[in-house]
Ligand binder design. Structure first.
Ligand SMILES: NC(=O)c1ccc[n+]([C@@H]2O[C@H](COP(=O)([O-])OP(=O)(O)OC[C@H]3O[C@@H](n4cnc5c(N)ncnc54)[C@H](OP(=O)(O)O)[C@@H]3O)[C@@H](O)[C@H]2O)c1
Length: 275
């Protein structure tokens, strides 16, 4: 099935980003349906993308090869339970983008033996520049893995993890990660202003440098460590700044921050499983 029909349950920010990405990638609007209780949201999405929309989740699921659950984690149990009969009858591939809800928990709500892919996208997905970690349960076929991956690739890069526990690490790295870089940008901008640059120049120089460094790191075959060494002349200015950051234990600071985020992700998913 190379052209699956796709139903989005929940037509919020992430669903709209995915649908926009799929259509920009050449997926026919006729293959996509989205359902949401908010009729105005449905009308706006239909008008913007040409897809079919409905306020009836069951209607959306009934003809879908792939169902993307794009509601908030807090309402997922109620939504999944109400779809159980249709999912058991039609057996679609189910993608869940809800943070923290384990595949076994979701599979239980959907009636069992569901082909399930858990996806953890991040906010740059809204600009088709996201990074998504994916995990597939045992029921997912190779073709379904490709279908899941091609949907998430519509909003950026994807990578699979072999063990669901690693989804908490994905959450800590790329899910929460944009905020870490925003904090670094804030700190650099403030430092630039302390050195006497005006706010506009501090902002422009900081943000363009972040973008340029990210592009170099992505586009170069070299590791970030090699790129860093190349721009660090012995006795130069960069070396002094890097020595200061290393002395202040930047690496340990990041390791502790990521561990704290991973542990919180684990705690939250346990809370959602016990609800
Ligand atoms: N945004 C991100 O960067 C991001 C990153 C990673 C993962 N996620 C995950 O993506 C999911 C969606 O996030 P979002 O930011 O797109 O949230 P959102 O904008 O609130 O979208 C959720 C949509 O689901 C609708 N909804 C509520 N109850 C429903 C029901 N019973 N049936 C169908 N639709 C229903 C909501 O309608 P109302 O507004 O009327 O309630 C809303 O339009 C979440 O589970 C989140 O964890 C998001």
């Amino acid at each position: 099935m190379s052209n699956p029909s796709i139903a989005f349950i929940g037509a919020g920010n992430m669903a709209a980003a995915l649908i926009g990405g799929l259509i920009a990638d050449g997926t026919g609007a006729y293959r996509i349906t989205a359902s949401d209780p908010d009729q105005d949201k449905c009308n706006a999405l239909s008008a913007a993308t040409g897809i079919r929309t409905t306020t009836d989740n069951l209607q959306a699921v009934s003809a879908a090869d792939v169902v993307v659950l794009a509601v908030k984690p807090q309402v997922l149990q109620q939504v999944a339970t109400s779809l159980k009969g249709a999912v058991q009858q039609h057996r679609p591939l189910v993608l869940s983008i809800a943070a923290g809800v384990r595949s076994q928990t979701l599979d239980g709500w959907l009636g069992g033996s569901t082909a399930l892919v858990r996806c953890m996208p991040n906010t740059p997905a809204m600009l088709q520049c996201g990074a998504t970690g994916l995990y597939a349960n045992q029921q997912v076929s190779d073709i379904q893995r490709e279908q899941a991956e091609s949907i998430m690739r519509a909003v950026g890069l994807t990578t699979w993890v072999p063990d669901e526990n690693l989804m908490d690490a994905v959450t800590a790295v790329s899910g929460s990660g944009p905020a870490y870089f925003f904090l670094v940008m804030e700190a650099m901008q403030a430092g630039a202003e302390q050195l006497g640059l005006d706010a506009d120049s501090a902002r422009l120089l900081t943000l363009q440098t972040a973008l340029g460094a990210a592009r170099m790191a992505i586009e170069s075959p070299e590791s970030p460590a090699t790129l860093r060494e190349r721009v660090t002349s012995p006795g130069g200015t960069t070396e002094q700044a890097l020595l200061s950051l290393e002395n202040d234990q930047l690496r340990e600071i990041f390791a502790r921050a990521l561990t704290a985020a991973r542990d919180r992700s684990l705690e939250l998913s346990q809370l959602l499983a016990n609800d």
